[in-house]
Design a protein around this ligand. Structure first.
Ligand code: SF4
Length: 389
């Protein structure tokens, strides 16, 4: 057994009784939490446990079950309708040139807001013996150039199994990019072993989509693990979920994005929390997300500003949301405000407009443009004179 497997098995908390022993039976009501636990399993690794500093803090909220999970209002079990776009087991083919490939049913720690909680943790719902039909599907669809391996967490598989997956995908000529969606860098940094890094180099380009929700997750051990991946040539992106009681705060998000960048991770998405049954208490308003993006854009490096998206309920895919910067667009000009709220005008270029009939006779008519008669040269000369004089 490798060290990371031992940590997972022996040092993590995976039962409510164990959780109550750790935090007190007055805090953890084992009986009351049992239905939530039965609905979606729990495991908290030592790295995630270390990050909890108080009951109800942002880390606690991400991993400790609550009775609120049983309170269903607008929640949907398969909120992104992934199963409807699944042509073969373990594959979701929603976008034209890429597929989601579920390769592992388990995670190091289980996040209470998980969108895929209907399947995650259950090997029957993400079977490990159905890879062949997934490979065959990808092989038969030459438009697929990008594979996102997910689950569960692909990094919960042994190196041998991950290499088997990478080898098979790399043997398909039209597969250009492989991405591994994983939260182990935060939950189990010990999993990023030198052996894994050595192995993955052979199959580049392999990207990793990490997942961080709070700056406190970037501990020294975690930053070292990210460095090992970056040194192995794995480009790192981060997906963050906007969560009430975790990171619905401008300063927290700004610190997270800046610290990610410093750890060689490019912030990629901030997602609105999905409308998933069991995770509704994590949802906040879209306005809050827009406020956060507005507080990032212009106020910190553009590299630290991810796309803010809603993954459309019902399977419409990701839609980007932007704060309102543009006040007016006409054929002549665009009026907008910058990050400080100051107003600016951008003049539209004077592009020849084809007149009616141009398509029919195939000879583009050029609309004459009146040239503004500004005595530029004279003006410049006058300015020079005044500067020199
Ligand atoms: S690591 Fe990802 S897949 Fe696993 S429980 Fe958390 S959000 Fe869900």
């Amino acid at each position: 057994m490798s060290e990371w497997q031992r940590i997972l098995k022996e040092d993590s908390i995976a039962t409510l009784e164990h959780l109550a022993d750790r935090f007190g039976h007055d805090v953890i009501d084992v009986e009351a939490l049992k239905p939530a636990f039965d609905n979606f399993q729990m495991r908290i690794t030592p790295a995630a446990l270390e990050q909890i500093t108080a009951v109800g803090d942002p880390m606690w909220n991400q991993y400790v079950p609550t009775v609120q999970e049983l309170d269903i209002h607008d929640g949907i079990i398969d909120s992104l309708d992934e199963d409807a776009d699944s042509p073969v087991p373990n594959i979701t083919h929603r976008y034209p040139d890429r597929v989601l490939f579920l390769v592992s049913p388990v995670c190091a720690s289980y996040c209470r807001f998980c969108t895929r909680r209907r399947k995650v943790g259950d090997p029957e719902k993400i079977p490990l013996n159905q890879y062949e039909s997934a490979f065959a599907y990808i092989r038969a669809h030459s438009e697929i150039r990008d594979i996102v391996m997910s689950g569960g967490d692909p990094m919960m598989l042994s190196d041998r199994r991950i290499e088997y997956l990478l080898q098979n995908l790399r043997a398909i000529p039209h597969v250009e990019i492989i991405r591994i969606g994983s939260r182990v860098t935060s939950h189990l940094p010990e999993r990023i072993t030198p052996e894994f890094c050595e192995m993955v180099r052979k199959y580049h380009p392999v990207y990793m989509n990490t997942h961080f929700n709070h700056p406190r997750e970037l501990t020294p051990k975690v930053v070292e693990a990210l460095g090992r991946l970056a040194d192995a040539g794995v480009p790192l992106g981060c997906q963050t979920v906007l969560l009430r009681g975790v990171n619905d705060d401008v300063n927290v998000m700004k610190e997270l994005m800046q610290r990610l960048l410093k750890a060689r991770v490019r912030p990629y998405y901030i997602y609105m929390a999905d409308q998933v049954a069991g995770g509704e208490h994590f949802r906040t308003t879209v306005q809050k997300g827009l406020e956060i993006v507005k507080a990032l854009r212009g106020w910190t490096s553009g590299l630290a500003v991810p796309h803010f998206v809603i993954d459309s309920p019902g399977g419409g895919g990701k839609v980007p949301l932007l704060p309102e910067y543009v006040e007016e667009i006409t054929d002549d000009e665009v009026v907008f405000r910058n990050y400080e709220g100051k107003r600016f005008v951008y003049k539209q270029p004077r592009i020849p407009v084809p007149t009616a009939g141009c398509a029919a006779d195939d000879s583009p008519d050029i609309v004459p443009i009146e040239i503004a008669k500004t005595p530029r040269r004279k003006h410049t000369a006058r300015r020079r004179k005044s500067v020199n004089g």
